[in-house]
Ligand binder design. Structure first.
Ligand code: ADP
Ligand code: MG
Length: 569
């Protein structure tokens, strides 16, 4: 084919494809416009997965009569005027591409009324051209209706997923903005049903309750950077980090519950996800992810939002500063959440966070944020336990102890699990796991699936003290086991770890499982000496407040709380 210039309609459809990938992208662009217009109420209605209809109604500033048509011109924007403005963007939009892009791939009607104007304006576009225009009554604000999305772009239509999938992407976009703007009342109607409604109360917790439900909301804690933490050691003050994070008790099995907003723009960022997960290190079970809503504000010049047409990815001028700020603030909030009274001054430990780095690099897409960043010094906040005096055992499961500031109820199984987890980790690092030979080798039979795993993993299990060798036909001979598990149900533990070879860190999983199977059980009577020994060991470890699965190991009632409960001041 000879070279020729594409006709303008094809050009605009190609360009539109960068902004409007699927119905949810239209919703995102329109909601962003409403937010930029200062709306306090935004209602979104979709039908047919957003392909038949998307309507967004806002009570923002509206568009002046004389500018209504211009708004649909490519690169027409009221948000920046020159190159300099690009460095200080505070609005969500600025490229002037959304309305023309949407009009290139759908039929669009808009009714708008700007403040101070007596009547509204109506405009209708078909095939990116104005089909009709006139005046029509409308309260202050804008209503945009998008119909028959991608009807003229069958190639794009073909790539859309089921209506349910498109609806869930739309619900996600609206949910994210509802979390970012708790002061705005959002309503989302999908096929006539209210799917989300937020009160616009300004309180993030109210939006969280609507988006994620009450149970999650009840387990969220606020994160906030404390001013005094900036010692002036860096050129720029660290970014302000606010929002809420979930206690380890509400972890989820995907990263879909991590929301990041930079200067109120919803972005996806592996760097930030990594920072949050680092803060939860050791508090969540392998394969579990936290719930977090993290707002970062920093001077617009410190972040480049203009690297992608959909503006969903950003580049920080100082990644290290942002990473550390987020990690620290989240960690601090989590530590304060733990029912342990004393927080020691943070001891800075330098280490390379190698494990999450590997994990992220294997996931799809570019990871230049990560590969370019140097090993980060991570503050390890040590929370120690005061010296405790054992008073007794409750329900054969909890140790009652007294400390300098009140009463402690300690879950014996969870606490012992944490102690053993730390010990096994350390012994493995020094290759000092104690091994107990069995009097006679024991045969271990496994199912075909477990066999596949064991075949390639029995050598790794040897690092934990298991001596296991193939004995043919889905049978193995076990000659030695970790001393900790001798006389315990180690076979059950081996089966458990063979069944859970899903992504994540398998070695950590084995450590957790081994700790769990060797720890004292709930219901087991302990002597005073045993209880004292357990508490003594707890006093010596760094994270005594949760078990490796993330559940609390203890409840603390301070003397103040006791006095309040009994009504004494
Ligand atoms: P951008 O948002 O990048 O400026 P858009 O194509 O999304 O580009 O919108 C073009 C212009 O139309 C905006 O700059 C704004 O002035 C106006 N506009 C769009 N939607 C609204 C709205 N809901 N309320 C008020 N003005 C709007
Ligand atoms: Mg816009």
């Amino acid at each position: 084919m000879p070279i020729k210039v594409l006709d303008s309609q094809i050009v605009s459809q190609i360009a539109a494809g960068e902004v409007v990938e699927r119905p949810a992208s239209v919703v995102k662009e329109l909601v962003e416009n409403s937010l930029d217009a200062g709306a306090s109420q935004i209602s979104i209605e979709v039908r047919g997965g957003g392909i038949s209809l998307i309507r967004v109604i806002d009570n923002g500033v509206g568009i002046a009569v004389g500018e209504v048509e211009l708004a649909f011109d490519r690169y027409a924007t009221s948000k920046i005027g020159n190159l300099k403005d690009l460095e200080s963007i505070t609005s969500l939009g600025f490229r002037g591409e959304a309305l023309p892009s949407i009009a290139a791939v759908a039929q669009v009607d808009m009714v708008t009324c700007a403040s101070g104007e007596s009547s509204g304006t109506y405009i209708s576009l078909k095939d990116a051209k104005v089909a009709s225009k006139g005046s029509r009554g409308h309260p202050q604000g804008t209503t945009i209706t998008v119909r028959n999305l991608f009807r003229k772009v069958p190639a794009r239509l073909k790539f859309l997923k089921s209506l349910a999938t498109e609806n869930s992407h739309i619900a996600n976009v609206v949910s994210q903005y509802a979390l970012a703007f708790p002061e705005v009342k959002f309503t989302l109607l999908i096929d006539g049903k209210v799917t989300l409604r937020t009160p616009g109360s300004r309180r993030l917790i109210d939006s969280v309750a609507e988006v994620y439900g009450l149970e999650v909301a009840q387990n969220m804690v606020e994160i906030k950077r404390r001013e005094e933490e900036w010692e002036g050691g860096t050129v720029f003050p660290p970014p302000e980090v606010t929002g809420m994070v979930g206690s380890p008790a509400v972890s989820r099995s995907s990263r879909g519950y991590l929301s990041f907003f930079i200067n109120r723009r919803w972005v996806s960022s592996r760097l930030l996800a990594w920072a949050v997960e680092e803060a939860y290190h050791g508090l969540l079970m392998t394969g579990k992810h936290p719930v977090a809503i993290v707002n970062i504000s920093l001077p617009p010049g410190q972040v480049d939002v203009n690297i992608h047409p959909s503006k969903s990815e950003v580049k920080f001028r100082n990644e290290h500063l942002v990473f550390t700020a987020v990690q620290k603030v989240v960690r601090q909030a989590l530590i304060e959440l733990m029912p342990v009274p004393k927080i020691e001054a943070p001891a800075i430990a330098y280490r390379t966070p190698s494990e999450p780095r590997e994990l992220w690099q294997t996931s799809a897409g570019s990871s230049d944020h990560l590969t370019s960043s140097p090993p980060v010094p991570l503050p390890t906040l040590g929370v120690s336990l005061p010296v405790l005096r054992v008073l007794g055992q409750l329900l054969n499961s909890y140790i009652i102890a007294e400390g300098p500031d009140g009463l402690y109820l300690i879950d014996q199984h969870a606490a012992h699990e944490r102690i053993l987890f730390e010990q096994i980790k350390e012994q493995r690092a020094w290759q000092k796991i104690e091994v107990q030979g069995l009097l006679e080798p024991v045969t271990l039979e496994v199912n075909p699936q477990q066999d596949e795993v064991l075949k390639s993993h029995y050598e790794r299990l040897a690092q934990f003290g298991f001596s296991i060798e193939p004995f043919g036909d889905r049978t193995y001979l076990v000659r030695a086991v970790p001393a900790l598990l001798y006389k315990k149900d180690w076979m059950e533990m081996v089966r458990e770890v063979l069944d859970s070879l899903f992504g994540g860190d398998w070695m950590e999983m084995v450590t957790i499982s081994m700790a769990c199977h060797s720890a004292v059980r709930a219901g087991q009577i302990l002597t005073d000496d045993e209880m004292r020994e357990l508490i003594r060991q707890m006093e010596q470890i760094a994270n005594p407040h949760t078990c490796p699965h993330g559940r609390p190991t203890m409840i603390h009632l301070s003397s103040g709380q006791l006095k309040r409960e009994f009504g004494r001041s």
